[in-house]
Design a protein around this ligand. Structure first.
Ligand code: 1GP
Length: 244
């Protein structure tokens, strides 16, 4: 079970790396090259597949990843239509930073009957958008207001509420390709106030960005965009995380 791994690694102070693949942005050939280029011992802890809006079906993407890498593959869906039973599990994201019932519970109701019949591991995650000035895709698609970057107190209270509601992890999301990642003060404050694992992503472009987020208290970092542009970064992050 991936949740068990995430929780145990957190307890042991070990860090994790999630590589995010957007099926619309990576051709199957490129994916095979990306994952084929990672040695068996240096792979991400999990591969996430999804996006705010997808034109392509996830099945082929997942099959290609699985043919080239032993890491578990989890769906990171923008909505219930992105469910694929080819994956090992799903981050069941409840957008707790927003007040749009559709993304707090609506899509989950659509997904539940399909998930109940599947063998996917369901990992309930409190998903929190942390905003910068510009609109990100996820902000537009979810029709919600992000928590402002300076409002650490609101972020702490929201994460705590998610934990109290029984969610198994909190994800601080700056948005894919965000100019500025989630501020370190916010990562630190949220991680000090919750006991469940903390996932951080959005706008992490370099090893330094990744290490800054990990040192601030992230238990798992998510990187997508920058690896699409520079596949070598995946290898560097995998190697760096091993030393934590
Ligand atoms: C987006 O947090 C993820 O949902 C990853 O963001 O694509 O900017 O790495 P990037």
């Amino acid at each position: 079970m991936f949740l068990q791994t995430l929780t145990e690694r957190k307890k042991a102070g070990k860090k994790m790396f999630a590589l995010l693949i957007d099926p619309d942005k990576q051709s199957l050939n490129k994916l095979a090259t990306l994952f084929g280029g990672l040695s068996n011992s240096i792979i991400p802890d999990v591969v996430l597949v999804g996006g705010s809006l997808l034109f392509n079906n996830c099945d082929k993407t997942i099959e290609t990843i699985k043919a080239n890498c032993n890491a578990p593959v989890f769906l990171f869906p923008g909505n219930a239509s992105q469910i694929s039973t080819k994956a090992d599990g799903i981050l069941l994201l409840s957008l707790i930073s927003g007040r749009n019932a559709e993304f707090l519970i609506g899509q989950h109701v659509n997904a539940a009957p399909i998930l109940a019949k599947s063998e996917l591991e369901v990992l309930p995650v409190g998903y929190m958008l942390i905003g910068e000035e510009n609109y990100s895709s996820v902000r537009y698609m979810s029709n919600t207001m992000p928590i402002p970057q300076s409002k650490t107190d609101i972020a702490i209270a929201t994460a705590l509420a998610g934990q109290m509601l029984g969610l198994k992890a909190i994800y601080l999301e700056a948005g894919s390709g965000a100019k500025t990642p989630v501020p370190t003060e916010m990562i630190k404050a949220v991680s000090e106030n919750i006991d469940i694992p903390l996932i951080v992503g959005g706008g992490l472009r370099t090893i330094e960005d990744v290490e800054t987020a990990l040192n601030a208290g992230a238990d798992m970092v998510v990187v997508g965009n920058s690896i699409e542009k520079n596949p070598q970064l995946a290898h560097s992050i995998c190697s760096t995380i091993k030393n934590y």
